[in-house]
Design a protein around this ligand. Structure first.
Ligand SMILES: Cc1cc2nc3c(=O)[nH]c(=O)nc-3n(C[C@H](O)[C@H](O)[C@H](O)COP(=O)(O)OP(=O)(O)OC[C@H]3O[C@@H](n4cnc5c(N)ncnc54)[C@H](O)[C@@H]3O)c2cc1C
Length: 459
């Protein structure tokens, strides 16, 4: 039964085929939602498979969407991502895009409503959405991906597809299909994960007016105090002196910066302050350790906020996000690897399929702080970064596209991931209808299709 190398040999089995589809999207986060919508809008059969009970990925963990606007305050994410925001806004479930000196722009969303609104859009577009199905394996023959196997409730099932788009965030499909991937910085260090949590009954007006009124007492990173005086929706980054005070009083706070995000409803504040080092978000055991450690950190952070931060005096802990937020795991070794210089030089590419502007924002793997670098304008996301090596009919979208560790720290925000998802979906559909491999696609035609459907590209 047990092999010498501490493994077992599973018996061969027949796996039922659930369906055959044109485009299979694995992962229903920001990238996957847009990839599936874009492909379906282009008229091909689309199936989206998600391991959890809902779509949304990190759109559901209490984060604002950053980067709809550029550093020059222009709208650079249009098309399907903006359509999702329009639907959310009509339900009071999303704010306007608001410029921010540090985060370029923030769009506050209701994490619960994303699940419903995005699902409605997918179903209306005719996407077959399957939940509770974890990607388990890639079916690969002669460097062509023929489909994927999923661990569904009770049994494994196969879905056969002509094109597959890997939107797992972790490049699970690409890795399993045998295409090369990378992980972390030069030492393999990855940005640490965070378990988001919500505190209710916060007087956010008192908080912002305190920062604006007494800047000497409430030191902020990068964002000038008068910004808080003018904006009722905001993200604080800083209050380092208050954390030091709390630590001196024996309260454990795992990060040097107080990151508070106003929620969509009055009195809600989402807290981005747990921080667990040395976690590999592509490994279940490591993820479990991350959840345990982050959950333990919340007590100290909540104590700190309630006792030291203005506006939190009458607040209470409300809820944690449904899962640990993973900033970084695998990145696909793309046909082009977008890098730090490309971002900082605002590089244009002939095969650009999306545009980003969010700065390089690295929560450093080895200490409690952050590296931030701005380019002053926008940078292109080239189609070559959506194409893994080796497997010709596989595309990738979202945070795991072909970038270096540094470039990923800019392209990872959810607006950019959505725009990349839309590009991948249109590319997959076009490659089916034109009968060519994604790598051989007429990129000028893809760009024209993206423009015609409302996506933003620079000239
Ligand atoms: C703590 C934290 C704070 C952040 N702050 C911000 C912020 O303020 N604003 C911002 O815009 N961005 C922020 N980001 C970055 C952003 O959230 C992510 O980079 C982005 O969500 C990536 O999108 P994605 O679609 O590639 O992946 P994800 O959002 O991770 O979605 C991946 C989806 O695939 C599914 N999936 C994964 N593996 C499998 C599998 N094997 N089988 C089936 N389904 C699978 C997941 O369940 C999930 O639904 C933050 C990230 C973290 C972790």
């Amino acid at each position: 039964m047990k092999n010498a190398n501490n493994t077992i040999t599973e018996p061969a089995r027949e796996t039922p085929i659930y369906k055959e589809t044109d485009v299979l999207v694995v992962g229903g986060g920001p990238a996957g939602i847009m990839a599936a919508l874009a492909a379906a809008e282009s008229g091909v059969k689309v199936t989206l498979v998600e391991g959890r009970s809902h779509v949304g990925g990190n759109l559901t963990i209490g984060l604002p969407i950053l980067g709809f606007l550029s550093q020059k305050k222009e709208l650079i994410i249009k098309g399907l991502p903006q359509k999702l925001m329009d639907r959310m806004k009509a339900l009071d479930a999303a704010s306007d895009h608001q410029a921010c000196p540090l985060h370029v722009s923030l769009t506050i969303i209701d994490p619960e409503m994303v699940k419903t609104v995005a699902l409605d859009m997918l179903l209306q577009a005719g996407v077959d959405v399957q939940f509770y199905s974890m990607f388990a394996d890639a079916i690969v023959e002669d460097d062509v991906i023929k489909g994927c196997i999923f661990q569904c409730k009770g049994r494994r099932e196969a879905i056969l597809a002509r094109r597959v788009i890997d939107c797992t965030g972790d490049a699970d499909v690409t890795f399993q299909a045998g295409a090369p991937c990378e992980k972390g910085d030069a030492n393999g260090g990855m940005q640490p994960p965070t378990l988001m949590f919500r505190i209710d009954n916060v007087d956010t007006d008192k908080l912002r007016q305190s920062i604006a009124g007494e800047p000497g007492d409430y030191q902020m990173d990068f964002i000038p105090p008068d910004y808080f005086g003018k904006n009722s929706r905001f993200i604080t980054v800083g209050l380092r002196n208050l954390i030091q005070k709390a630590r001196a009083d024996g309260i454990p706070v795992p990060t040097d910066r107080t990151i508070i995000i106003t929620g969509i409803r009055r009195g809600e504040a989402w807290i981005n302050m747990t921080r667990v080092k040395d976690i590999d978000g592509s490994d279940s055991h490591s993820l479990t350790q991350g959840e345990i450690t982050a959950r333990k950190q919340i007590e100290g952070i909540a104590k700190y906020l309630i006792n030291y931060v203005p506006g939190f005096e009458n607040a209470w802990f409300s809820m944690t996000a449904p899962f640990l937020g993973i900033r970084e795991t695998r990145r696909v070794t793309g046909r082009y690897m977008l890098n730090r210089d490309d971002l900082l030089s605002c590089r244009k590419f002939d095969d650009a399929v999306a545009v980003g502007s969010y700065p390089i924002d690295i929560h450093r793997p080895n200490d409690n702080d952050c590296t931030l670098e701005w380019c002053g304008d926008c940078y292109d996301i080239p189609y070559g970064s959506l194409l893994p090596q080796k497997i010709g009919n596989l595309l990738v979208a979202g945070r795991c596209i072909g970038t270096t560790h540094e470039a990923m720290a800019g392209t990872r925000v959810m607006s950019t991931c959505m725009a990349i998802g839309e590009a991948a979906g249109r590319a997959a559909a076009l490659s089916v209808t034109d009968g060519v491999a994604p790598a051989s696609l007429d990129v000028a035609k893809l760009r024209a299709t993206l423009r015609a459907s409302g996506a933003y590209l620079r000239s």
